[in-house]
Write a protein that binds this ligand. Sequence first.
Ligand code: CP3
Length: 340
Amino acid sequence: MNTRFLDACRGLPVDRTPVWLMRQAGRYLPQYMKVREKCTFLQLCKTPELAAEVTIQPIDILGVDAAILFSDILTPVEPMGLKLDFVPGPVFENPVRSMADVAALRIPEMEEDVPYVLETIRILRRELAGRVPLIGFGGAPFTLACYMVEGKGSKDFAAIKKMMYCAPEVYAALMDKIADMLIAYLKAQITAGAQAIQVFDTWGGIPSPSDYEKYVLPYTTRVIAALGTEVPVIHFVKGAGTMLRSVRKAGGDVLGLDWHVNLGAARDELGPGIAVQGNLDPTVLFGTKPLIEAEVKRVLDENAGRPGHIFNLGHGILPTVPPENAIHMVECVHRLSQQS
Ligand code: CP3
């Protein structure tokens, strides 16, 4: 039974630093592409046996210390009433723009509307049999709202910000509804067997620090508080470096850091009582083996042996990374952090 990851989430001492990679199941693995040839990404998410298979691939191939459910942050948004497609980035045909659009959104019944997510979790707990813990996940309210309002990825996030500034009551109603959905969705994942939850706020660093406090933090805080203390919660906010103290107020056991902060300096600022996850620049995995080793060592040195560090990339692994480099990274983390 490998409990390294869960122990580190709780700030307990471990024999070596646990490591996993955001987006560890995916297109950089030929084994994933082989499964993916047979179906679309959404079909893969909705077929529990296949979703479980690709979840386990990186456990076997990379030797990581945690599995993360194969799905997407937008999976539970589709049954709210928005037609979803991946081309390959996510696209919603009917984005949310008005109070009437918000009113039309429904809160899904999880066992009925996303049974495949919960079934995948149940299969994984059986198949993993304690080998490594299983992480469930969801998007943070703000990141989900970005996709729901913009209708797709964005460079300037003009539509969501226009709503924030010009129609604050519509924005608040939308964020409240998303938060309600997330609470039910993440609780259902925990009931089905998820042993930790990661909340992904990929776009949480887009608003200014004062707008973060006003428009983002209250909703994420409500979601994390509702999850209780049964399983550890990891809160990953890309671009959190200049507002670590605000982001910490959202709660959770672990703060996920991107590579724009020095991990040691971030820990000094955060103080004790919270673990951190991260934060290698994902493009380091294009480097030579010695470079990867030196960068892993640098991040471990920044942490300086403090308990409560989970090694990860600062964002998802890129689809063109050679798998052998990811394998090497995991091996370096384990070897260099081994306690004698
Ligand atoms: O980490 C894992 O391995 C678990 C699976 C996972 C996926 N998406 C699978 C996926 C997780 C945790 C996510 C989270 C996710 N999805 C986020 C937050 C984390 C982050 O990366 O910022 C976001 C913003 C999304 C939305 C999303 N899904 C985008 C923007 C895209 C297209 C870009 C891309 O990387 O292709 C997706 C598609 C997606 N989600 C793929 C995978 C494996 C690629 C689909 C394919 O096979 O074509």
